[in-house]
Design a protein around this ligand. Structure first.
Ligand code: 4GP
Length: 828
C-alpha cells in the first residue's frame, strides 16, 4: 500500500497550477536568463564574454528548463506510483546535449532568436560543446538512444551508470599510427549534470562474513574492509513532444566519511589522506576494450560500486512508500544491459537476505520476477567471467550467494536432465579449471525472467549456439528486440534539412514521435519534384563532408563511408583491399575506360582498442594506402581515401547525413545487430552490406533491390571455414594481398602478420572467400549511382522503410513484453 502524501499532495497540486508562470520562453525572458547566467554562473561581465562563455550560459538556461520539467515529472510519478524501469548500464555514449535538448524541449528556435539578438549564433555556440563519451561503441550508444525513447514515450524510467572522469580515449593519428590520449572531459565543467551532494550511499568492499543470531534466526553479516562513498550526479533527459523528463543518474566515488573518527596519529597523516583519496579512482576511468573483461580488481570494484549504489537507491525509493516487499515485483523492473551490471542480482539477493531478513525462498522469488537481461554479443568467448579468487576477496558475501544460487540450480537441473556431467558443467555458474571463474552470463540467464537478443538473427544464434543448453531448458525465456536508434538525434538534430524535407512531403512533423509515418514517403518515391529536392538535400550534406580532412575531392564523387570500431569481424580490411583493387584497376585502364569510372571518396573512421594490435595495423594500412592514392596525380579525383580520426557521436552526426553509400561488412553471424546502419538508412544512405544482424530485417523493410548485398550467408560460413586451405579465393584478392606483401605501400614487414591473417587456411573472417562478391556489389553500386533517378528513388525508399529501426519501437516492445511498464504522462 502506498502512503498518502497529505500536505505534499496539496502542495504538488498548487505547483502544477503555477507551472506556466515559471520559466518563460519569449525572447526577452530567454535573453535575461542567458545574461544572468553569464554574470552569476559563469561569472563574466555581461558586457564582455566570448562564445565559450556564452555556450555555458546558454546551457545553464536550458538546464533550468530541464530541471523544472524533471521536477514536475518526478512529482507526477510519485503521485501515480507506477511500476518503474531501472536501466542499468555501465556505458552511455551521450555525445553532445545542447541541440538535442532544445529540440526535445521545443525551444530551439526561441533560443536561436534570443541569441541572435544578443549577437550570437546558436550553431556556433553548439560547436563549443565537447562530447560525453562514457562508452565504447554500439552498446553504449544504444543505451543513449533508448533513454531518449523512454523519455519521449512517457515511461517512468531511471538510467543508472558511472560518471567516469576519463571517457573513452581520444584517438590521435601520428604518422598513420593510432595513439591514445586521455579524455579528461570534465576539464571545462559539465553544465548538463547536477551534483546531488545529499544523495550518497556507502559502498563496501573486502572484509569477512560472520554469522549472527537475530530473533533466534541465523543471519550473515558482512564486515567490510573498506568503505567508499557513492555520490549521485543527475543528468535530466527530456522527451520530445511531452513534458516528461527522466533522469540518468551517474555515480562518482568519493572517500567515505564513515571513518572520520579515525585519527591518524602515526606520523604519516599526509600519506593516510592520500590513500583515502584513492577511493576516487574507482569511478575515474572507462575501460576502453569494447568486449574483453580483463578480470582486473579495479574493474570489478567499479562494477560493484555502480551496482551497489544503484540498488540502494532503488530500494530506498521503494521503501519511501512501502512498508514491506510484497509489492516489489509490481513496482520494480531491473534491466541488465549486458552482463556488466549482473552483480546486481547477487546484491539485491544480499540486501533482501541479510538486511531485510526475507528468507531465501521469498528473496529468490522476487529476484526471478524483477530482472531481465539483454546480451549484445554473439561470441561465447566474449562472455564475461570473474575469477573466483578475486570475487571471494573483494565481495566475500556475494560469492557465497552465487554459490548458493548455483547449488540450488544444479540440484534442480540434475532432476530435469539427469547426470549429464558435460552439460551440467557447461551450464554451471562456476567454471572449473586451472583458474575457477564465475560465468556472469550463466548467472544472468538463471536469474532473469527474460533473456533478449538484439535482432532476430541474434536470437537464432543464441538459441542454436551460444546459449543452446539454456534454450533447451527454458525456451520461454528467450526473445529478441531488434535494436533501434532515435530519429530525434539522427535526423532532426543531425540532418535538419532532411528533417524539413520529410515534414514538408508528409505534411506533418508527427513522424518525429511516430516514425511509422515515414512510410508515407513511398507514395512520392517517383515524384520528380521530390527527386529534385532530395538531390539538392544530399548535395548540401556533401559540402559539409568535404570540409573534413585536407584532401581535395570532387563534388560529383560518391561518398562512401565505413565508420565503426575497428575489428577483424567488421572487416575494414575487406574495404581497404577493395580500395587497393579499385586503384590498381584504374591504373591499368586506358583513357576511355577511365571516363566511365565513378569518382569515389572513401571515408573510414573508427577506434581500435589500445591493446588490439591487428586492429591498429588496419588503421596504419589505411593511412599508407591513402597516402599513395591521394598523392597519385595519375588518379586525380577518381579515387580518394580519407581516415577521419577520433570517431565519436559528433563525427557521426557530421558524416552520416553526408554519405551516399555506407558499408557494413561483418562476416555473417558475427554482428549481433549493428546500429550505425540504421542511422545511415534513416538518412537515405544506401547500404552495401552482408546479410548479418539486423540487416536481414532491413532487407524485408526496404527490399533487396534497394540495397547492395554480398557475401556468404550465416549458413554458408561454417562450410567455408571447414574448407581451410582448399578454399577458392579470386585472383584479384591474391593480387592485392601480394601488393601489400611486396611493399607497394611500404612497411612490408610490419604488415606481414596482417596478411598472414587472411592467408587461405587462416582466414577466419573469410575476407578472401567474400572478395569476389564484394567487388560485384561495389560494381552494382557504381552502376546504380550513374543513374541519378534510380539512385534517388532508392535513397527515398531507404528512408521510407527505416521506421522499424527507431528505438521508439524497440522501447515499446521492451516495455510491453519484458518490463511490464505503462506510460505515465505528466500533465502539461
Ligand atoms: C554491440 C554489438 O556488437 C552490435 O552488433 C550491436 O548493435 C550493439 O552492441 C548494440 O546492441 N556490442 C557492443 C559490446 O557494443 O560492447 O558488446
Amino acid at each position: 500500500p502506498r502512503l498518502e502524501f497529505g500536505e505534499e499532495k496539496i502542495k504538488a497540486e498548487r505547483m502544477f497550477g503555477l507551472m506556466d508562470v515559471f520559466l518563460k520562453n519569449d525572447p526577452l525572458s530567454l535573453q535575461k536568463d542567458i545574461l544572468d547566467h553569464v554574470e552569476f554562473t559563469v561569472a563574466k561581465s555581461r558586457f564582455n564574454f566570448d562564445d565559450f562563455e556564452a555556450y555555458h550560459a546558454l546551457a545553464h538556461s536550458v538546464r533550468d528548463r530541464l530541471i523544472e520539467r524533471w521536477h514536475d515529472t518526478q512529482i507526477h510519478f510519485n503521485r501515480k506510483g507506477p511500476k518503474r524501469l531501472y536501466f542499468l548500464s555501465l556505458e552511455f555514449l551521450m555525445g553532445r546535449s545542447l541541440s538535442n535538448t532544445v529540440i526535445n524541449l521545443g525551444v530551439r528556435d526561441q533560443f536561436a532568436d534570443a541569441l541572435s539578438q544578443l549577437g550570437f549564433e546558436f550553431e556556433v555556440l553548439a560547436e563549443q560543446e565537447g562530447d560525453a563519451c562514457l562508452g565504447n561503441g554500439g552498446l553504449a550508444r544504444l543505451s543513449a538512444c533508448q533513454m531518449d525513447s523512454l523519455a519521449t514515450l512517457d515511461y517512468p524510467a531511471i538510467g543508472y551508470g558511472l560518471r567516469y572522469q576519463y571517457g573513452l580515449f581520444r584517438q590521435v593519428i601520428l604518422d598513420g599510427f593510432q595513439h591514445e590520449q586521455p579524455d579528461y572531459w570534465l576539464n571545462f565543467g559539465n553544465p548538463w549534470e547536477i551534483e546531488r551532494v545529499h544523495i550518497t550511499y556507502p559502498v563496501k568492499f573486502y572484509g569477512t562474513v560472520t554469522d549472527e543470531v537475530l530473533n533466534k534466526e541465523k543471519h550473515k553479516v558482512w564486515v567490510p574492509g573498506e568503505v567508499v562513498e557513492a555520490v549521485a550526479y543527475d543528468n535530466p533527459i527530456p522527451g520530445y513532444g511531452t513534458r516528461n523528463t527522466i533522469v540518468l543518474r551517474l555515480w562518482a566515488a568519493k572517500p567515505s566519511d564513515q571513518h572520520n573518527m579515525e585519527s591518524y596519529n602515526t606520523g604519516d597523516y599526509v600519506d593516510a589522506v592520500v590513500n583515502r583519496q584513492r577511493a576516487e579512482s574507482i569511478s575515474s576511468i572507462l575501460y576502453p576494450d569494447d568486449r574483453s573483461y580483463q578480470g582486473k580488481e579495479l574493474q570489478l570494484k567499479q562494477r560493484y560500486f555502480f551496482v551497489s549504489a544503484s540498488v540502494q537507491d532503488i530500494i530506498r525509493r521503494f521503501k519511501d512508500t512501502h512498508k514491506n516487499f510484497n509489492e516489489f515485483p509490481e513496482k520494480v523492473a531491473l534491466q541488465l544491459n549486458d552482463t556488466h551490471p549482473s552483480l546486481a542480482i547477487a546484491e539485491v539477493m544480499r540486501v533482501l537476505l541479510d538486511e531485510e531478513h526475507l528468507g531465501w525462498n521469498r528473496a529468490w522469488d522476487i529476484i526471478c520476477k524483477i530482472f531481465s537481461y539483454t546480451t549484445h554479443t554473439v561470441s561465447s568467448e566474449a562472455m564475461e567471467k570473474i575469477p573466483v579468487d578475486l570475487m571471494g576477496s573483494l565481495l566475500p558475501r556475494h560469492l557465497q550467494i552465487i554459490y548458493d544460487i548455483n547449488f540450488n540450480f544444479m540440484e534442480k537441473l540434475k532432476k530435469m536432465i539427469g547426470l549429464d556431467y558435460d552439460r551440467l558443467a557447461r551450464m554451471s555458474i562456476v567454471e572449473e579449471g586451472a583458474v575457477k571463474n564465475i560465468r556472469m552470463a550463466n548467472l544472468s540467464i538463471i536469474c532473469c525472467h527474460t533473456v533478449n537478443g538484439v535482432s532476430r538473427l541474434h536470437l537464432e544464434l543464441l538459441k542454436t549456439k551460444v546459449f543452446r543448453d539454456f534454450y533447451e531448458l527454458w525456451p520461454h525465456k528467450f526473445h529478441y528486440k531488434t535494436n533501434g536508434v532515435t530519429q530525434r538525434r539522427w535526423i532532426v538534430v543531425s540532418n535538419p534539412s532532411l528533417c524539413a524535407l520529410i515534414s514538408k512531403w508528409l505534411g506533418t512533423e508527427a513522424w518525429i514521435r511516430d516514425i511509422d509515418l515515414l512510410i508515407g514517403l513511398r507514395d512520392h518515391a517517383t515524384n520528380a519534384e521530390l527527386h529534385q529536392e532530395w538531390k539538392m538535400e544530399l548535395c548540401n550534406d556533401l559540402m559539409l563532408v568535404c570540409t573534413i580532412g585536407n584532401v581535395q575531392v570532387s563534388l560529383n564523387a560518391m561518398f562512401d563511408v565505413h565508420t565503426k570500431r575497428i575489428h577483424e569481424y567488421k572487416r575494414q580490411l575487406l574495404n581497404i583491399l577493395g580500395i587497393i583493387h579499385r586503384y590498381d584497376s584504374i591504373k591499368n585502364m586506358n583513357k576511355n575506360d577511365r571516363k566511365k569510372v565513378v569518382p569515389r571518396v572513401c571515408i573510414i573512421s573508427g577506434k581500435a582498442a589500445p591493446g588490439y594490435e591487428i586492429a591498429k595495423k588496419i588503421i596504419k594500412l589505411c593511412h599508407v594506402v591513402a597516402e599513395k592514392i591521394n598523392n597519385d596525380n595519375d588518379i586525380g579525383d577518381l579515387l580518394k581515401l580519407v581516415f577521419i580520426p577520433d570517431y565519436n557521436v559528433s563525427v557521426a552526426e557530421l558524416v552520416i547525413p553526408g554519405a551516399d553509400l555506407s558499408q557494413h561488412l561483418s562476416t555473417a553471424g558475427h554482428e549481433a545487430s549493428g546500429t550505425s546502419s540504421m542511422k545511415f538508412l534513416m538518412n537515405g544512405c544506401l547500404l552495401l552490406a552482408t546479410e548479418d544482424g539486423s540487416t536481414i530485417e532491413m532487407i524485408e523493410e526496404v527490399g533487396r533491390e534497394n540495397m547492395f548485398l554480398f557475401g556468404a550467408s550465416v549458413n554458408d560460413v561454417p562450410a567455408l571455414r571447414e574448407k581451410g586451405p582448399a578454399l577458392k579465393v579470386p585472383l584479384q584478392f591474391l593480387r592485392v594481398v601480394r601488393m601489400i606483401r611486396d611493399g607497394h605501400f611500404g612497411l612490408k614487414d610490419y604488415f606481414k602478420s596482417l596478411c598472414d591473417k587472411i592467408e587461405t587456411g587462416n582466414d577466419y573472417f573469410l575476407v578472401g572467400a567474400d572478395f569476389a562478391s564484394y567487388l560485384e556489389a561495389q560494381a552494382a553500386a557504381d552502376k546504380a549511382f550513374v543513374d541519378e533517378d534510380r539512385w534517388t528513388q532508392m535513397s527515398i525508399l531507404c528512408a521510407a522503410g527505416s521506421g522499424k529501426f527507431s528505438s521508439d519501437r524497440t522501447i515499446q516492445e521492451y516495455a510491453e513484453k519484458t518490463w511490464g511498464i505503462q506510460p505515465c504522462r505528466c500533465p502539461s
